[in-house]
Ligand binder design. Structure first.
Ligand code: P6P
Length: 339
């Protein structure tokens, strides 16, 4: 037991890396940890209860909400509201930002944005899903209710970001700008234990993750890049391997560990891309950059995009630095005649 470093211990230990840290961020990360345990418990037995399937309602994205989407959203929202560090929450499952307009909420320091259960359409077929979160310091003054501007900050302003992957094992991976650290859940002791300290992603990779079913409608540069991946060039490790789970957290996590590139370009169905900037792209971009990788919308750094609305979508290319640079070069060389 002596060599186990729990997530709680690690958060406190790292807190001392920030002389001005007042412990509120540490406490906020701890409440995320608690909510992750609760959601993990429900997911792990999803097939047994009446918790799979849809609620026959669409979210603001126009996507059918799964029962576990709603469940996860409620559990994470409740965990945030219960502590005095959060003044508001934005979620993929909420049409608008949720402001905690109480005495506690008005004097809380952080806003959190989240995709409570990404890839949830995979749950009924037992494929890994995940929770993604992004944390900012509020811009509005303490003592007042938070407002939309607290949420529309560029990604480089994040103070923390992370994800939970409910997979063959459950892991929580996060950064506060001081490296990326992964914790594996040990159900026998009900604790997240440090398993991947200072995670780094390879500069090069040979895995590409894209839904090739959309090929016909991809921009020209993406079509050319896919053919580049499939060319026979053993010296450069091509053809690459195609791996696409259909769950961002799962594809991202594998590529983070092994090297690779996740692509969700603009398509006919999603002219601005499908992935949401604020609670999918920004947190993953913060993590990948902290691990030595890169994240782009095809022309510019994801973390430099100034958001204009809560649920805005962007084209998304994230992973090994050299692979992101390569796909950007194809998009530049073959500009889409329709763009
Ligand atoms: P498609 C899940 O809905 C999600 O947001 C990501 O987790 C996933 O990578 C992507 O969409 C899958 O989209 O259009 O390929 O089914």
């Amino acid at each position: 037991m002596s060599n186990i470093r729990t997530l709680g211990e690690f958060i406190i230990e790292k807190q001392y890396d920030y002389p001005h840290a007042s412990g509120e961020l540490s406490s906020l990360l701890s409440s995320i940890r608690l909510a992750a345990k609760v959601v993990n418990c429900e997911i792990n037995k999803a097939g047994l209860g009446n918790i799979t399937g849809s609620v026959n309602k669409e979210n603001v994205q126009g996507e059918i909400q799964q029962k576990l989407d709603v469940y996860a959203n409620e559990k994470f929202k409740a965990a945030m509201a219960a502590r005095d560090q959060v003044c508001g929450v934005a979620s993929e499952e909420e049409d608008h930002e949720v402001i905690f307009d109480s005495e506690l909420g008005r004097n809380a320091k952080y806003v959190i944005l989240m995709d409570p259960l990404d890839g949830s359409s995979n749950i009924d077929v037992n494929v890994s899903v995940g929770t993604i979160f992004s944390i900012y310091q509020r811009l509005s003054p303490l003592g007042e209710a938070a407002n939309i501007h607290d949420f529309l900050q560029p990604g480089h302003k994040q103070v923390a970001a992370g994800y939970v992957i409910y997979g063959s094992s459950t892991m929580l991976v996060y950064t506060t700008g001081n490296g990326v650290h992964g914790f594996t859940y040990d159900p026998s002791i009900g604790t997240f234990c440090l398993s991947h300290e200072n995670m780094r992603t390879p500069q090069e990779g040979n895995i590409y993750s894209i839904n090739e079913g959309n090929y016909i409608k991809f921009p020209q540069g993406i079509k050319k890049y896919i053919k580049y991946c499939q060319e026979n060039n053993p010296e450069e490790g091509r053809p690459y391997t195609s791996r696409y789970i259909g769950s961002l957290v799962s594809d991202f996590h594998r590529n983070l560990l092994k090297g690779g590139l996740y692509l969700y370009p603009s398509t006919a169905a999603y002219p601005l891309g499908k992935l949401r900037l604020l609670y999918e792209c920004n947190p993953m971009a913060f993590i990948i950059e902290q691990a030595g990788g890169k994240a782009s919308d095809g022309t510019k750094r994801i973390l430099d995009i100034v958001p204009s609305e809560l649920h805005q979508r962007v084209p998304f290319f994230i992973g090994s630095t050299q692979m992101v640079i390569k796909v950007e070069s194809f998009l530049k060389e073959y500009p889409d005649p329709f763009s």
